[in-house]
Design a protein around this ligand. Structure first.
Ligand code: TYD
Ligand code: MG
Length: 454
């Protein structure tokens, strides 16, 4: 006979305790422990028996054939997945409610259904009628898309086993529950268990599974980040409600690179892929205004030209304020110190705000030169020529270091119509083709400011 066990689990980090506590000792959240009941059946054993079935093999005896990827028909999604959908993979798409996860998944399985045949779309949030209305808006009609409104994981797996679709979508993980647990759908243990079971199902059947997951206010999927460890790929669908474009970002990918992004625009008839993001991000660029610089940045394998803006103004309080959006705060502080010490700029009594236009987040060091020029441009109130773009990494002694893939960056800039590149000397010297651009190589921060701001 199975025994019912009760325990308390933190809803934000998954910490469990036999007693109730006011504060989670693990993540420090207050009043986050909730009583959960679990039948003490040893589920662990089913995983172990499953694993026990596979035998040890030599690396060379394994062929990569089972890893053949299928394209979703959405290039932007394929890119973040690492080139398409891998059989038996579990992909989690996280994002705020209403950002467009269901829309993206519907469009993706439509593309997949055209290639592979039967796909199963399970929704615990919308009725088949609602999905039909949405699909009409997206001009999707297919006999191969099978809809199921179901929230019990056991029924879902049963139906899926019977139908054996080529792809399965579970929208969303917060609405499904497993009958083995007593706790409510959406709680940490339910979400974690359901994801683990879907993972097992995917691996056994080789059916790729997509899971939609809502993000909480704090930005984590279902409160805990537990899901991220379970699934193969984690994608975040981000975007500003005020803007129509959406960015699909990889957070984890067992089958590809994690620094790729996909860019979409939400329109009346669904998500449209943005194949030329640079043009989008530079669309509303103010010309001849101080504090604006264009950086040739690399997001994974693709170059994106983005505008960096900054505002430097006299501080009204004792402590100057530094605010950054889209670039690393500490990196900006470091560069401010470099500007003070190596280029003699007086920034000590200044409030400094740095922003990446368009909601992008840039983490690569090549953005350094952009941050430096935009701050200096704002401080001196001198606009940067709109035909100039920059890229390069800055060191603590004010030297400018070479970055990777200069050619790719220049090619993108020349496509958009830039005239002049200011880049590390190390890159400029090795450049084989200037693509009709005027190239200025710089060795240190002072050189750079001189090249850009005079
Ligand atoms: P949805 O995919 O339901 O979001 P999620 O599954 O992440 O909660 O997206 C809903 C939003 O997208 C809603 O605000 C309406 C908008 N939308 C469009 O603008 N155009 C469309 O063609 C569709 C289907 C939705
Ligand atoms: Mg939805």
């Amino acid at each position: 006979m199975s025994k019912i066990k009760s325990f308390f689990q933190c809803q934000s980090c998954g910490y469990t305790s036999p007693k109730w506590l006011g504060k989670c000792p693990d993540c420090g959240a207050w009043n986050s422990l909730v009583e959960e009941k679990k039948e003490a059946i040893t589920r662990q054993s089913s995983i172990v028996t499953h694993l026990g079935k596979s035998e040890a093999r030599s690396l060379n005896s394994i062929t990569g054939e089972s890893m053949l990827r299928t394209s979703t028909g959405l290039k932007e999604l394929d890119r973040v997945l690492g080139g398409g959908v891998v059989p038996g993979s579990v992909t989690l798409i996280g994002g705020d409610p209403g950002i467009g996860k269901s829309t993206l998944l519907l469009q993706a399985i439509y593309g997949l259904s055209k290639k592979t045949g039967k796909v199963l779309y399970i929704s615990g949030e919308e009725s088949p009628e609602q999905i039909k209305i949405r699909s009409e808006r997206l001009s999707i009609n297919s006999d191969e898309i099978i809809l199921l409104s179901e929230t019990s994981l056991e029924s879902i797996v049963n139906t899926a086993s019977k139908l054996s679709p080529k792809t399965m979508v579970v929208d969303s993980i917060q609405t499904v529950y497993t009958e083995e647990l007593v706790s409510a759908p959406g709680s940490v243990s339910q979400v974690r268990d359901c994801a683990a079971k879907l993972m097992l199902f995917a691996k056994r059947s080789d059916i790729p599974v997509f899971i939609a997951g809502h993000v909480t206010k704090e930005g984590a999927i279902a409160g805990p980040r537990v899901l991220e460890h379970i699934v193969d790929t984690v994608l975040y669908f981000e975007g500003d409600r005020g803007h129509s474009y959406r960015i699909l970002r990889t957070v984890k990918n067992r089958f590809g690179s994690t620094n790729e992004i996909g860019i979409f625009e939400m329109s009346d008839s669904g998500l449209i892929q943005v194949e030329n993001p640079s043009e989008l991000f530079l669309l509303e660029r103010p010309l001849n205004v101080s504090g604006s610089t264009v950086v040739a940045s690399l997001e994974g394998t693709r170059p994106v030209m983005v505008e960096l803006q900054s505002l430097v103004s006299q501080t009204n309080f004792g402590m100057p304020r530094r605010t950054t959006i889209g670039v690393d705060f500490n990196r900006v502080n470091l560069l401010i110190a470099v500007l003070e010490k190596r280029a003699g700029l007086h920034l000590g009594g200044m409030d400094i705000f740095v922003n990446v236009v368009g909601g992008l987040r840039i983490i690569e060091p090549a953005v350094d030169l952009g941050i430096i020029t935009t701050i200096a441009s704002s401080l001196r109130d001198k606009p940067v020529d709109p035909g100039i773009f920059v890229f390069g990494e800055a060191g603590l002694s004010g030297e400018i270091r070479a970055v990777t893939q200069a050619e790719v960056r220049i090619k993108e800039a020349s496509k958009i119509g830039f005239k002049r590149a200011v880049m590390p000397m190390g890159n400029a010297e090795k450049l084989k083709d200037n693509l009709g651009l005027e190239i200025t190589g710089v060795k240190n921060v002072e050189d750079c400011l001189e090249a850009v701001l005079t």
